[in-house]
Design a protein around this ligand. Structure first.
Ligand SMILES: Nc1ncnc2c1ncn2[C@@H]1O[C@H](COP(=O)(O)OP(=O)(O)OP(=O)(O)O)[C@@H](O)[C@H]1O
Ligand SMILES: [Mg+2]
Length: 243
């Protein structure tokens, strides 16, 4: 059964279609990779799904509930959490405090002890325990990205949207994030992941959706996508990463 059903989704900026008549479904418990060249509309798609951008037309249903037209915080309450292509610090908060904030939201942890316990587990999982008391402004871009992922995970989302989570990370950190996502899948949770690092992405995902000029170029298993000539052409200059 599909957790997310997107149909006829479109967004235009002046004469440019950022997302054009896009439709796809995402099964509960799956990891769907979103790939495509720069400017293909991947981040715009996330902005539409999460209410950061109003759509021109279409429908986005989460477990049957229409998301289009709802505000970002209402969509978050329905169980969506996202990370950002450019991770930013949480002004004035330490790493630990940045995680305690979402863990303290209604419907999350029942008390301070549980919040601290969950934050500790997330810090450990992401390899950030030694940074717990560091101001988030003092983190480097890779650490900020991990914290942004931790913050999104701390929301306990049924649908997690990750925008280039591997960007700027070393192999060890990529492996940690990938392990988190596998554990989410085992728990029946669902993830959408935009990523250019296909070598790391492909073994992780159940299916891939390829965007080009805002539209769907192809969709299928990682194996089928890796053998698709159109996909390789859309990634001109990136041939090596599909090998
Ligand atoms: N707020 C905006 N106003 C005008 N044009 C925009 C806006 N946001 C995105 N675009 C344009 O929409 C197109 C899709 O951009 P988007 O950021 O969604 O691409 P992307 O697939 O995420 O690319 P990348 O891989 O570089 O992150 C691009 O041509 C971009 O310039
Ligand atoms: Mg983007």
């Amino acid at each position: 059964m599909s957790l997310l059903v997107v149909t006829g989704l479109s967004k235009r900026f002046g004469g440019l279609w950022a997302v054009k008549d896009l439709g796809f479904e995402l099964a509960a418990g799956h990891i769907l990779g979103i790939i495509g060249p720069n400017g293909a509309g991947k981040t715009s798609l996330f902005n539409l799904l999460t209410g950061f951008l109003p759509a021109d037309s279409g429908s986005v249903r989460l477990a049957g509930t229409e998301l289009l037209g709802r505000r970002t915080h209402a969509i978050a309450r329905l169980g969506l959490a996202r990370t950002f292509q450019l991770a930013r610090p949480f002004a004035g908060l330490t790493v630990l405090e940045s995680l305690l904030l979402p863990l303290g939201l209604p419907g999350r942890c029942t008390g301070a002890t549980e919040q601290r316990g969950q934050a500790g587990v997330l810090l450990e999982t992401l390899g950030l325990s030694h940074k717990a008391d560091t101001p988030s402004e003092a983190l480097n871009q890779g650490e900020l990205r991990l914290l942004d992922i931790g913050r999104a995970l701390a929301c306990g989302p049924r649908l997690l949207l990750l925008d280039e989570p591997f960007s700027g990370l070393g192999m060890q950190a990529v492996a940690r994030v990938a392990q988190c996502l596998r554990e989410r899948r085992e728990a029946g949770d669902t993830t959408l992941i935009i990523e250019h690092r296909l070598r790391e992405l492909m073994p992780l995902i159940d299916r891939a959706l390829v965007l080009n000029f805002g539209a769907r170029l192809a969709e299928g298993t990682p194996q089928a996508i890796a053998g698709n000539v159109q996909v390789i052409e859309a990634y001109l200059g990136r041939r090596g990463v599909l090998a």
